[in-house]
Design a protein around this ligand. Structure first.
Ligand code: NOJ
Length: 578
């Protein structure tokens, strides 16, 4: 039961966030890479869509090994994207339209080119040595030899999580690529430097942060400074999770960050945490307002259900019952004092219409059904650029189309291990590579979809001729127009913002059904996750005064009796007034 008094609902209960991956959004200078001035040219598009907040993926100075998630200067903009002045202009343009700006911030690690790291690396007695995780090799092993790493951990981007540095004869930790060394949050000087930088951004006028892998910042370090090996589940390396995820001091660090950075700003800013490997119980600790840590969290559970035991690139079909059970648990678990960040897509996930929907015959229906189900949950919905157009996966068929470091490392490791054929590797990349979400936004049917006048850094999806923003802005019944209506509904309807959540028909294999209620008014939400008609037997008649709030078919399913017939990929939201 939601016991929160309505007046106390935070502003983000009625907000929708839009994520921009600047490199692929809009290029303004013809170099084939999107930039800040390009985004500025599109602010009216964002206002027309109606979003309340823009989250900008990283634009800081960076060698771009991981497209900006490897920061070499937190207080400057990479020349690829523009200048600090360009960012200020963009912020003002968005603020003028009532849109807040949230910066993506990566503080679990820096780039190996960050001055902090180059100083740390320079000598064992460097004052910055302890800003990162340096450790000697395993006892009795030749330093630098395979197996000599301080722990058996694998990196999330394939290969070992430790890199041997010949100059000082020690290893440094990198949970991601070797170009992304992990910062040592145990060191108070590191934390102070990060907080000072965050205050600097707030003073500059930005409205919050999306904190990259923020639950990795506390490592499970033993009193003697050693770190624990992880279980070997698949492949040659140990799983670092127990030593690195939701470690013993993570809540302490976040509460300290709140005190040091956000005192006095608490209700104006948005702090959303990316928290892989987080359970509902951890998610509640992070997002419980009374604890003052994060405003909301991104769970990964619902986007890991089509993954086999071999990890991300090991694919299996989604079972809708798992999706309902998972999202239902998060809804219930965070009902009273926590808050969910709701998403299907982002720059790390394949396109949802190609993944849990049907990007062929029922592209429009399945994309709008998925959007309806997501946006009607309790939490703050996130829209990833192009999702509002039902952009599809890239469907690349050759290795040379891929740009993403994670995908390329996966290819290299798989070929080295030799257990998969090239066709098998290509098939899993086509399903799940992050590049699926990173092809340029399809603005119109001109060359390169209106994204650039140059050569795009990654191929434009050839389906831009039919799937593009210009066509959809003009067309009633388009996916874009449907997203606008969902966003307006979130702005206007207190039940959507604050109503309780109840899962219905948990065992129906194809229909996702739930209700939201507030002060006696109930919204019934139904989504058909299949390309066939489905029957939803609700077991009780709906009252006489029901009305259709939103649906994705021009002529909606039959009548709203105790049993509702849903057309392929149909979505319905029905109101029963109190
Ligand atoms: C999560 C980000 O979303 C992803 O794009 C990045 O590669 C890793 N963190 C490392 O920063």
């Amino acid at each position: 039961m939601n016991t929160e008094p309505p007046a106390a609902a935070p502003w983000w209960a009625s907000a929708v966030v839009y994520q921009i991956y600047p490199r692929s959004f809009q290029d303004s200078d013809g170099d084939g890479i999107g930039d800040l001035q390009g985004i500025r040219q599109r602010v009216d598009y964002l206002a027309e869509l109606g979003v309340d907040v823009v989250w900008l993926s990283p634009v800081y100075r960076s060698p771009q090994d991981d497209n900006g998630y490897d920061i070499s200067d937190y207080q400057d903009i990479d020349p690829l994207f523009g200048t600090l002045d360009d960012l200020d202009q963009l912020t003002s343009a968005l603020h003028e339209r009532g849109i807040k700006v949230v910066m993506d911030l990566v503080v679990n690690h820096t780039s190996h080119k960050h001055r902090w790291f180059t100083e740390s690396r320079s000598a064992k007695d460097s004052p910055r040595r302890d800003w990162y995780w340096w450790r000697p090799g395993r006892d009795g092993m030749e330093p630098g030899a395979p197996g000599g790493e301080p722990t058996n951990w694998g990196s999330l981007f394939s290969g070992p999580a430790w890199e041997y540095d010949e100059a000082t004869g020690e290893y440094y930790l990198h949970l991601f690529s070797r170009e992304q060394p992990d910062l040592n949050w145990e060191n108070p000087a590191v934390r102070e430097a990060i907080y000072a930088m965050m205050r600097w951004w707030l003073d500059r006028g930005i409205d919050g942060f999306r904190m990259d892998v923020i639950n990795f910042i506390s490592k499970n370090v033993r009193a003697d400074g050693s770190l624990p090996d992880g279980p070997v589940v698949s492949g040659p390396y140990g799983d670092p999770a127990q030593g690195t995820i939701n470690g013993p001091r993570v809540h302490e660090f976040l509460q300290e960050m709140q005190r040091e950075v956000f005192a006095g700003h608490r209700d104006a800013v948005l702090l959303v945490g990316e928290t892989p490997g987080t359970t509902v119980e951890d998610g509640l600790l992070f997002s419980d307002r009374r604890r003052s840590e994060l405003d909301m969290v991104f769970t990964f559970e619902h986007v890991s259900l089509d993954q086999g035991p071999g990890g991300k690139f090991d694919r299996k079909p989604l079972d809708l019952l798992d999706l309902k059970a998972t999202l239902g648990r998060w809804q219930t678990g965070l009902a009273d004092s926590g808050w969910n960040a709701l998403y299907w897509d982002n720059h790390d996930q394949p396109r949802i219409v190609s993944r849990y929907g049907d990007d062929g015959r029922y592209r429009v229906e399945s994309a709008t059904m998925l959007a309806t189900v997501l946006h009607l949950h309790r939490g703050t919905p996130y829209v990833y650029q192009g999702e509002e157009l039902a952009m599809t996966n890239a469907h690349f068929t050759s290795f040379d189309c891929y740009r993403d470091i994670e995908s390329l490392r996966y290819v290299a490791q798989s070929r080295e291990l030799g257990h998969l054929t090239d066709d098998q590797i290509l098939a899993s990349l086509a399903e799940v590579s992050r590049d699926n979400a990173r092809t340029p936004v399809q603005w119109d049917r001109s060359a390169n979809a209106g994204f650039t006048t140059g050569k795009p850094w990654i191929a434009v999806n050839p389906n831009y001729i039919t799937i593009n923003a210009a066509a959809q802005r003009a067309a009633r019944g388009s996916v874009f127009q449907y997203y606008r209506r969902l966003i307006m509904l979130r702005h206007a309807d207190p039940v959507v913002q604050r109503g309780d959540f109840t899962m219905l028909l948990p065992d129906h294999p194809h229909v996702y059904a739930f209700s939201r209620s507030l002060n006696g008014t109930r919204l019934l939400v139904l989504g058909n996750f299949s390309g066939h008609d489905q029957q939803a037997d609700l077991g009780q008649s709906l009252g006489d005064r029901t009305e259709l709030v939103i649906g994705n078919y021009r002529v909606p399913a039959s009548t709203f009796g105790a049993s509702i017939n849903l057309q392929p990929w149909e979505a319905l939201v029905i109101r029963e007034p109190g």
